[in-house]
Design a binder for this molecule. Structure first.
Ligand SMILES: [Zn+2]
Length: 199
């Protein structure tokens, strides 16, 4: 169930909608590496998040899914002004910062949506001890989509993500990518933030 409607939706003129495009590209490959890229991609596990990327020419469509805890430090409804400001700042950052970028940082956002919604399948939750933030049983997740245009014209594109630098609670980011020429996956950690995509 979506608790909060998208805060902003920019037009993606002349482009496929990102969910359709990524779904299409992932469906085009029947690859064990993808299905096993994350141990349990649907799970809501604090500290872990998922980034799906579809690359075509110099366009990147991505979907970032993360427990709200990783970004905000809490998952309950924002109560204090401090918490409300924190969520607003996060949404602003997610809406304006490319979640992957080249070494030359030449990717720019052409469209983005940021949603903070409830989480289905709570039984999948991995109950780590994470600071006693569980007086409420509800978990919430960020669902972010971005469309990027990058100047890089090479056949291989080395990308990094600013997410782990920005959000200290995010320990591991499972990346899956597809392009017309192939697919791959990577696990990014604090000490390993780069991955390479072949276009
Ligand atoms: Zn949670």
């Amino acid at each position: 169930m979506t608790i909060q409607t998208p805060i902003k939706r920019k037009p993606t003129a002349g482009r496929l909608q990102p969910f359709f495009a990524i779904g299409y590209l992932f469906a085009a490959f029947s690859l064990p590496a993808l299905s096993h890229a994350a141990d349990n991609p649907g799970a809501h596990e604090h500290g872990h998040a998922r980034l799906q990327i579809a690359v075509e020419n110099n366009s990147i469509d991505l979907i970032f899914t993360s427990p709200a805890y990783n970004l905000a430090g809490f998952e309950h409804e924002a109560r204090s002004d401090e918490e409300k400001n924190r969520l607003a700042e996060i949404s602003q950052w997610l809406d304006t910062t490319p979640l992957v970028n080249t070494e030359a940082a030449d990717c720019r956002i052409t469209g983005a949506t940021v949603e903070l919604g409830g989480q289905s399948g709570k039984e999948d939750h991995d109950h780590h001890d994470h600071g006693g933030d569980h007086e409420e049983s509800t978990h919430r997740e960020y669902d972010v989509s971005q469309q990027l245009e990058c100047d890089d014209t090479g056949a291989r594109m080395t990308l990094t993500s600013a997410l782990m630098e920005k959000f200290g609670n995010l320990e591991e980011l499972a990346v899956e990518w597809v392009s017309p020429s192939g697919q791959g996956s990577a696990r990014l950690a604090r000490t390993n933030r780069a991955f390479t995509v072949s276009k």
